[in-house]
Structures are given as C-alpha cells and as structure tokens.
Design a protein around this ligand. Sequence first.
Ligand code: UN1
Length: 490
Amino acid sequence: MQEYKLFINGEWVESSSGETFEDISPATLEVIAKLQKASEEDVERAADSAQDAFEKWSSTPAPARGKILFRAARMLEERKEELARLMTIEMGKILKESRGDVQEAIDITYYAAGEGRRLLGETTPSELPDKFCMTVRRPIGVVGLITPWNFPLAIPAWKVMPALISGNTVVFKPASDTPLLSIELVKILSEAGLPKGVLNLVTGEGGKVGSAIVHNKKIRAISFTGSVETGRWVQGEAGKGMKRVSLELGGKNPVIVMDDADIDIAIDGVIWGAFGTTGQRCTAASRVIVHEKILPGFQEKLIRRTRQLRLGSGLDDATDVGPVVNNSQLQKIAKYVEIGKEDGAKLVLGGKIVKPLPGYFFEPTIFTDVTPDMRIAREEIFGPVLSLMRAGSLEEAIYIANSVIYGLSSSIYTGNIRSAFRAIEKIEAGITYINAPPIGAEIHLPFGGVKATGNGTREAGTTAIEEFTEIKTVYFDYSGKLQKAQIDVA
Ligand code: UN1
C-alpha cells in the first residue's frame, strides 16, 4: 500500500507527530493509502515556508505564473482518465462524474492561467487636473485553503488556482476522506514548475490541522468549503485574527415544478439533481416543490423512474448511484430517514442501507407529503434523500423554497417566462436555474450562496480573483504642486 507524505517547502516529509491515518475506498472498504496526520508544528512549518516564498512568487509577473498553470492544466488533461479512476476508487462517485470533476479542475486551471494576463483593475478620471487614478490588485499573502471530499479535485482547483495566479502562497488541507487527488494536484503543479514553498500541503484531522491553519498568524485569509457548523466556527476564529474569510457551506436546494412545465424534462432534472453524486453535493436537489395540479402524475413517474437507478461500484458502467463517502455519513442519512418518518412524512421509496458491495450504500430515497416544518425539509442531509412537497401557486412554492436557513442553488421548471423571472427575483439563493437541475455550475460564473450558505463571497468566475486579491487604490499626481481633493475643486 502506498504511503503519502506532507508537502512542505518543496519536499515530501513525514509528520512530526509520526502518526498516520488510512484512506478507505467507500465501495469496497479496502484501505488504499496511508497518510500523515500533520501536527500543529507541521502547519507552522508550512506557513513559514509559504511566507518565505511569498516575496518572490508575488513579484513574478502574473503571466509568468500563468505559464506554470497552463502547463499544469495540460498535465491534468493528459492524466484525466487516470485521475478520474483514482477519484472513483477513493470517493465513490461514478466514473463519468469523476471525469466531470477532473474536467472542472482542468477548466478552472486554464481559466485562472488566462487571468494572469488580466487581473484587471480600474482607471477613472480624477476630479483634479494632472492627476491619474487607478486600482491595482495585490495578493493577500499566505492563504489557508480547506476543502471538502465531495469534489476531490474540482474544489481544490477552484481555490488553489485563483489563489496562485493572484500571487498568493498557500497552505492547503484537503479532506481526510479524499486526500489523494489533492496530492496529485500538488505533484502536477510542482512538476509544472511551481517554485518550492509556494504551495504546501498538510493532511490530517480537521479539528487539529484545520484549527492550526485558522489560528496561524502568518495566514492572512481562509477559504473554506464544508458544513455550516464548521463554517460558523471558522468565521468566528479567523475573525479574531482579522483574517479574510470565504465560506461555501450547505444547501437545501429547492426545485419548483410548475403545472406548465415539461414534466419529463423536470423528472430527468430532479433525478439527476437529487441522486447524482449520491446526493452528496452542496447543490443537490433535496426538495422538489410541485404544483398540486400535476402532483399525482409527477409523483408516480418520479418514483417509477427512480426505482430503476442501479446502485453499485462507480467503476462499473452500469451503475447510476455510487456509495456514500463514509460510515458516519451513512449513519447520518439513516438517522434522517427515521426523523422523516417520525415527523409524519411518507416514505415511498428506498430508505435503507444496502450492500451490493461491502461498502457504504444507501438506496435512493423519496419522501412524499413533506411539509416545510419537518426536519427533512429544513436540514441538509447530504445523501440520496429527496423530499417531495406540494404548492398551490408560484407564490406558495417560492415561500416554501425560501423557508430554510440555506440559499445556495435553486431551480424552477416552467414554460412561463413571467414565472421564471419571478423565481429569479424572489428565490433567496446564490444560483437559480431555469428548466435545469440545481447542480452543474460552470467555472467562469460566480459560485456561492446567501443566508447561512456563506458569508457573501463567491468562488470561480471573475469573483475568484476578488476572493484572493486586495485592491490598492493609486492616486498619481503629476501637477508638480500640492492639489487638495474636495477643496481645490470649486
Ligand atoms: C459542491 O457541491 O460543493 O454545481 C460544489 C455543481 C458543481 C459544484 C458543486 N459544479 O454541482
């Protein structure tokens, strides 16, 4: 079995704690790798090396930084299939989704590389003569990146690439369930020519390693994707250190299906949105709010179609739904099914742990008669559990959609332009899809949510650069005398 190390200052090193942990394939329960449990001291060394590398990296012209990223993107492309297979083995998602995950990483890497020739600021006239005004972007410094297991390569790339092109140096902690793709990413960047110390990788327990990153004084910004609970803690702790924080947290994403929708397209979208990635996306469709006029037919067809989904190994082409990532997630999903039943929802499909293979599998599950007050309608489950809800009008559907603490993604199926625009206007979410499921964000558009889903920042798109740069405003006075703004202007 392969053993992996920490990457600090351009070298693969063992943890000073001497402790390791195992990486387990969720489909087969095979141990696939052994990894280091980094200590606080290791995080300190990683941050020191990032700090030392900052001066040179931030002074490297951004297009030159971009060249390294372009090389890395090409290497990711060449290794796409191999990386996708590794992802399916390590995380469980089916191979075609793993390919999508790798592709998303390739796309953001090219995109960030190209940003090296933009990193745009503004120019604007001055209120005074012979004076020039502009803004320039500066890197923040050392940034701490903490990523989840559900997109083992795409989300690390969403954070690492924009951070690097902007001139920051990085301390990066991937999720303990899926560190291997991050290790490959670090190897690729380093082979592509990234100087030592610019990107440091520490693996280990969230509580210890994540906390050491959040508290480290040299780290000036934190970008975190994960649960609301942890996000709240990160925001509070990092706030005490006056760090910049960006958070991408949970979702309870609604799909509204109106009576004028194309039902078959809506059902395709709901099934893909709810059970794709085994429901383990922050953007997963976890509530479908259906107009009561079409509810019986919709429900019947949805159940019939969902019943056909095949569970199994993600490496098998016939599989639609892979395993859940680990046992604690599996138990959490099972617990929510019990809660749903106790709260009075009707379990009409699935609801059980099954074992097509030795690993962690949960049947695609549908509850009907779900009302907005029930916990399965309010809380993020992060598994293949869909709540079907009823609405009598668009207004009621939107009201239900907004009746949760989250606001990441959302969608509406309708043939009516007015309903679509009403939904765009009124649904409280960072993302709204029209006639498409709430998953599948593209990397050149901002990604993020409102309410408890985040703290107002957005990843990807042009906002990716905002996340990782400081703006400096420059006033250049070439008048050869003292000019006073607001005062010399009559
Ligand atoms: C996530 O679920 O954490 O939009 C991110 C999507 C993906 C990214 C999801 N491109 O579903």
